[in-house]
Write a protein that binds this ligand. Structure first.
Ligand code: KIV
Length: 260
């Protein structure tokens, strides 16, 4: 499949069309996404909770996953971003925050790194919240989010993820931007949509967020299949000859000569 770039996101925004994004952190999920024709994959830090079982996204660092771009100062962000693009093959990096991180975004863009912003609910700076909370419900907060979005656009961001924001606000922000938005829990008015793949496919025991609109329950299928396999191991029915490597006649004869 041809690799899509942030330029394709912009083209979709300009054409009024939509694109789909899912998280992917390993070969199986990347293969699912590619085979399903998903336009973009996000190596997002939600992997901390969803794949690694950590309490929060901040538990993932560069040394662990080479994907974490939330550096607080421009030199570190530039160095991390360069590693993601150059060493890990990323097409862009995603950075949480609005007005406050706009100078970092501008510095990255100047150094040639395509940046995707992230506003609304931003997990890395929401550690004091016991659960994800919608943002921009009040007029002042809504105006601040628009200001964040515009600051990111002016800083040269290629697109902006908008998370957990009233759908009318996300649509209003999208219509005021020239760059695409990518919604998660932000309604259909965004240019693209992103979801955490295990939430979509029902891979986890914990309830998925309502906005994920789960489309399958693969966890139950996986557990049922593994339970069946485990019982065949216990009963001695696995493996059968079909899964084995047959010895030839010479080896079989030699086996009889092996010391007891
Ligand atoms: O970084 C991430 O994994 C995300 C998802 C919640 C979309 O932003």
């Amino acid at each position: 499949m041809a690799r899509h770039t942030v330029a394709d996101m912009r083209a979709a925004h300009a054409a009024g069309s939509h694109f789909a994004v899912v998280t992917a952190w390993d070969r199986p999920t990347a293969e699912f996404a590619e085979a399903a024709g998903i336009h973009f994959m996000l190596v997002g830090d939600s992997l901390a909770q969803v794949a690694l079982g950590h309490e929060s996204t901040v538990r993932v660092g560069m040394s662990e996953m080479l994907h974490h771009t939330a550096a607080v100062d421009a030199p570190t962000a530039a160095e991390n971003a360069a590693r993601l693009i150059r060493d890990a093959g990323a097409g862009a990096v995603k950075l949480e925050g609005g007005v406050a991180v706009a100078p970092v975004v501008a510095a990255l863009v100047r150094s040639g790194v395509p940046v995707i912003g992230h506003i609304g609910f931003t997990p890395q700076s929401s550690l004091n919240e016991s659960k994800p909370r919608a943002k921009g419900r009040l007029p002042e907060a809504a105006a601040a989010l628009l200001e964040d979005a515009i600051a990111l656009q002016e800083a040269g961001a290629s697109a902006i993820v908008i998370e957990l924001v009233p759908q009318e606000l996300a649509a209003a922000i999208t219509s005021r931007l020239t760059i695409p938005t990518i919604g998660i829990g932000a309604g259909a008015g965004c240019t693209g949509q992103v979801q955490v793949l295990p939430d979509l496919l029902g891979l986890l025991g914990a309830a998925a967020p309502r906005h994920a609109g789960r489309i399958a329950n693969l966890r139950d299928e996986a557990i049922a299949a593994l339970t069946t396999w485990r019982t065949t191991v216990e009963s001695g029915d696995f493996p059968t000859a079909a899964q084995g490597i047959a010895a030839d006649a010479t080896l079989i004869a030699a086996l009889d000569e092996l010391p007891r």
